[in-house]
Design a binder for this molecule. Sequence first.
Ligand code: SF4
Length: 299
Amino acid sequence: MKIMVSACLAGENCKYNGGNNRSEKVLKLMAENEVLTVCPEQMGGLPTPRVPSEICNGVVTAKDGRIVDAQFRTGAAECLVIAKIEQPDLIVLQSRSPSCGVKQRYDGTFSGKLVDRAGVTAQLLMENGFCCVDVEDLVEVHNDVLIRKLSSGEICLLKDFLYEAIFIPEGVEPPPRDIVERPELRIYYEYFGRSEADLCLVAEADGHVVGAVWTRIMSDYGHVDDETPSFAISLIPEYRGKGIGTRLMRNILSLLKEQGFKQASLAVQKANYAVRMYKNVGFEIVDENDEEFIMLCSL
Ligand code: SF4
């Protein structure tokens, strides 16, 4: 995979204060992929160290009041030229930067407050169709599949992946897509993101989200108690059987552990081929009814 990264993440001392944002995740990417680094602020002609800047009313302004908009936009345009020539499959950028932030940037008041807007370089690259991800949302890249956190603008995807998660035995007619609007299924996605147990990772391949795994504490079929998040996972059919589900599961289990959860649960139809995959990542059967196993994984 060819990946473009913010140079400060690769350990280059191009940050406004002369330091860097060296990231172990990015160093790992560099060891396993073809990686090119860019620092749009330096490419726009700004020195290092430099006065920090934020975007105030659409104009990039240094903390000392000087307007540096032209330099930021020149740097962004330079990055776009490189991206168009090199055609990276993925661009990993430093979070919250007025140049590189993908999901958020500082709000222009130099008070540490954030807004859900991209920095100028990230914005330009995304407008031109490049796949950009904040380094903080990157989980891993393996075999040309990116695993990353779901962004708040993508929560609507959960309905699609919930539909894909419905197990349909061979020879049975699939249910209508609006089945996901039923109350017993709405609990999987409604108001998602409000609780610390609401975690979701997605797998992206060939420019599309091809799979999702998410957890929340909910009264679903896999519910065991009010401290244990339960799981939903699905992949679109063409991407099943390639190990992507296992990677999604392992990564979200790590994330749950980091957040302090002690165990996770799920319910799965006994005939579902995924039972073996769940066992492989550490789930054990703790209960069953006629149709389903209830499985638990200690973290
Ligand atoms: S412009 Fe981007 S690459 Fe350069 S220091 Fe800032 S965040 Fe890092």
